[in-house]
Ligand binder design. Sequence first.
Ligand SMILES: Cc1ncc(COP(=O)(O)O)c(C=O)c1O
Length: 415
Amino acid sequence: MDLFEKFKNMGPLGKYNREAFGYFMFPKLEGELGPRMSFMGKDMLVWSINNYLGLGNHPEVRKADAEAAEKWGLAYPMGARMMSGHTKYHEELERELADYEKKEAAYLLNYGYQGMVSIIESLVSRRDVIVYDSEAHACIIDGCRLHFGKRFVYPHNDMVNLDKELERATKITDQTGGGILVITEGVYGMSGDLGNLRDIVALKEKYNFRLLVDDAHGFGTMGKTGAGTSEHLGVMDEVDVYFGTFAKSMAGIGGFVASKNEVIEFLRYNLRSQIFAKSLPMPMVIGALKRLELIRTHPELKNNLWKIVNALQEGLRNNGFNIGKTESPVTPVILEGGIPEATQITYDLRENYGIFCSIVTYPVVPKGVILLRLIPTSNHSIDDVNYTIKAFSEVKHKLDAGEYSKEMIDAQKIM
Ligand SMILES: Cc1ncc(COP(=O)(O)O)c(C=O)c1O
């Protein structure tokens, strides 16, 4: 068989390509980044970009990015950090990030995803055991896939089960002479609930393990200073390795890992995604320094984000919506229905209410569940919140009345 033959089966997402491309998947949002953007020529109130603190289009950020691109270009520095891609600006950003995270040191990653895969791969060897949460992000799963030793998964935030898996892992490491790495997220990006960091950390009394936290959605949004979920839950010191991305609150690209000196020094010489890949370009580094400075000196960005989050989540709850267990800005609205209803709701929201949010269906969530995911940002207004709650109430009313199952949307007409 020709290798390419199998591509006729496009996989769980790709199978909807013909009907969904351009509208439900790969939509083109146009215009300035922010709560008002344009989709297929129509103005939209956008709840689907992770621009939590509104930095994506902040004038100082735009200026810093543009000046850095003008001064350094996009090529500088050339080569991997270890060979020829190291600069004092990379070091400065690392010092700033470590200081912000109250860790001894930090190291930059040129993509969050690859960085995380690489962190996991380099922290463990064949003798070690990984124990991770069942709802872990794809980058954690891919990192675990590279591990030659045992790995155990515990049901999402289930501490009784984690305890059991740690007992199992300890029996193995007692024999192999290896160690245990537990991996969780700080904020779970679909449901918005938090990794059970306090309870996980408490298990350190009973078992010997190190804790790695992927705080992609928590960095900048959670905790008194925005340092993340571990700050929010008061366990910054107990998180051994902290990971953050620049792709969300920082509205950039890249990421970092922060930990003790000995860990970062080890990673510097063993993170394959950094040793064998080009260093983060200068505009990203200088731009990240500016973003971090703004996050640290402008608490109103986070305060305003939370004003919107609280209004949106309280409003949805008060109007009878199930928003699950979120404790973060990520706001899931959980409805009942299949893919036909989900597509019609999305269509109705976009075409008749001018609301653009992400929609998640089976296989990402269980069959029969429709999850509309709202990402509030510092730039949204209370009017946006009120308008959205009213629109969602109407949509839910139509869903409950069976209106969306009566009339199927002809996807071809949308395109
Ligand atoms: C939990 C989590 N980890 C890691 C990543 C990857 O980060 P990046 O987009 O910087 O590659 C994401 C981004 O989607 C994420 O949500």
